[in-house]
Design a protein around this ligand. Structure first.
Ligand code: SF4
Length: 411
């Protein structure tokens, strides 16, 4: 019986209750918790003091009772009362009576603290508050700042949003198992130059332009020493060729002067290069160095908003918000999947909703053509039976029916 009561106070609380107490202690290390346990722990200590002087056993008992069960209150009083009554000497009787009072007082205090034992029973209430607070705090503190800026749409819980987002990525991975960066490159230098050139134009056009550039200027040293007019002539098909010439010559000089002619593999170094922002840096990190990165280009921005993964419009905030929905290891492939879907099916002006494999997961279904036959005609690249953007695509892409893009001037 006693054991049960003890258990009721200290052990029979569900795990959550113990966690609550622990969590509460963590939250309030001074011991001033909502739970009755800490209060009960203090009171017996007070009860021990008067009892220890004369009746350590009784005091201990009282303290023990105080710690364990309210039912002990009455026996404690009763035992002490009996001892006072059995005293023969008046002085002793008086002392014992006094002692009795003290013990009774101790027992009372113990009782009082035990009365607070129900507070232990109230632990579930404390649990509710404390655990919820802890989890909420963990969400905010333990993750990227993005967690504070992600606002799940239309009442969708964050958990549901994460599940839906990851499911979309899994579905896209099945649709585009060969997804890859669509710029041709054979080393980090070529990739960083090609990515800078890809601003305001298609990857196809860059891929058709860079063979001549890299044939003539294969290293950062070569491009750093190039005559700008010669480079401009090569880059003319890419558009903004003067500015792009300035950027690629400038970044080549920076590579030679600051990084020994090598492309750095750190974000903070890459963004210092002329013409290189976070988007370009993540393309290089993810695809030339195998480091996870999210590439927030125009397709990525459009699609994550259509899917209501985030309402942010600033690329850096989008990057942070989406990064918080996925494990880091998924970031690079996720970027490919989203960008590929944007290029092939979920176009800016007329998304091919009727031919979209993730339509059931998309809140924007219907924004484009929903008729399956009409939607099929909107598909691009290998989905529409046309060449891709790379002149030298990976074998997996060719195996899946993809076609290499033609060189410049081939029609
Ligand atoms: S259903 Fe339409 S809007 Fe949604 S992802 Fe597919 S193509 Fe884009």
């Amino acid at each position: 019986m006693v054991v049960r009561r003890d258990s009721a106070v200290g052990e029979q609380i569900p795990d959550g209750g113990r966690k609550t107490a622990k969590a509460t202690e963590e939250a309030a290390p001074t011991g001033q918790t909502a739970s009755g346990e800490s209060a009960a722990a203090k009171k017996p200590a007070a009860a021990k003091k008067p009892a220890a002087a004369r009746r350590p056993a009784a005091a201990k008992k009282a303290a023990s009772v105080a710690k364990k069960a309210p039912a002990r209150k009455a026996p404690a009083k009763k035992a002490t009362g009996k001892k006072a009554a059995s005293s023969k000497r008046a002085e002793s009787a008086a002392k014992k009576a006094a002692s009795s009072k003290r013990v009774a007082s101790a027992a009372k205090e113990a009782s009082a603290s035990v009365k607070k034992a129900p507070a232990v029973k109230k632990a579930p209430a404390a649990k509710k508050v404390t655990v919820a607070t802890k989890k909420a705090t963990a969400r905010i503190k333990g993750t990227a700042p993005a967690r504070t800026v992600v606002h799940p749409p239309g009442g969708e819980s964050r958990t549901a949003l994460v599940r839906r987002a990851r499911r979309i990525n899994r579905e896209l991975a099945e649709v585009y198992p060969y997804a890859h960066p669509e710029l041709d490159f054979t080393n980090p230098f070529q990739l960083v130059v090609a990515t800078v050139l890809s601003a305001q134009t298609t990857d196809l056009r860059v891929n058709q332009t860079t063979p001549a550039l890299f044939a003539r200027y294969p290293t950062p040293e070569d491009l750093a020493a190039a005559n700008p007019e010669d480079v401009e002539e090569i880059l003319r098909p890419c558009g903004f060729f003067r500015a792009k010439t300035k950027s690629v010559i400038g970044l080549s000089k920076a590579l030679v002067e600051d990084f020994g002619g090598e492309v750095p593999d750190r974000l903070e170094d890459l963004v210092k290069l002329p013409g290189v922002g976070r988007k370009t840096a993540f393309v290089v990190l993810g695809n030339a160095f195998g480091r996870p990165g999210i590439t927030v280009d125009t397709h990525f921005q459009r699609l994550v908003r259509r899917w209501q993964w985030t309402g942010e419009t600033d690329p850096d905030k989008i990057e942070a918000a989406i990064g918080a929905l996925f494990p880091k290891s998924d970031w690079t492939d996720l970027s490919h999947h989203v960008i590929w879907h944007g290029r092939r099916i979920c176009h800016a002006r007329k998304p091919a909703c009727g031919a979209c494999p993730i339509a059931p997961l998309c809140p924007a279904y219907g924004e484009g053509e929903t008729d399956p036959e009409k939607a099929k005609k909107l598909l691009k690249y290998e989905k529409g039976g046309f060449p891709g953007q790379r002149l030298n695509p990976p074998q997996a892409y060719l195996d899946a029916g993809g076609k290499p893009a033609p060189p410049l001037g081939a029609g």
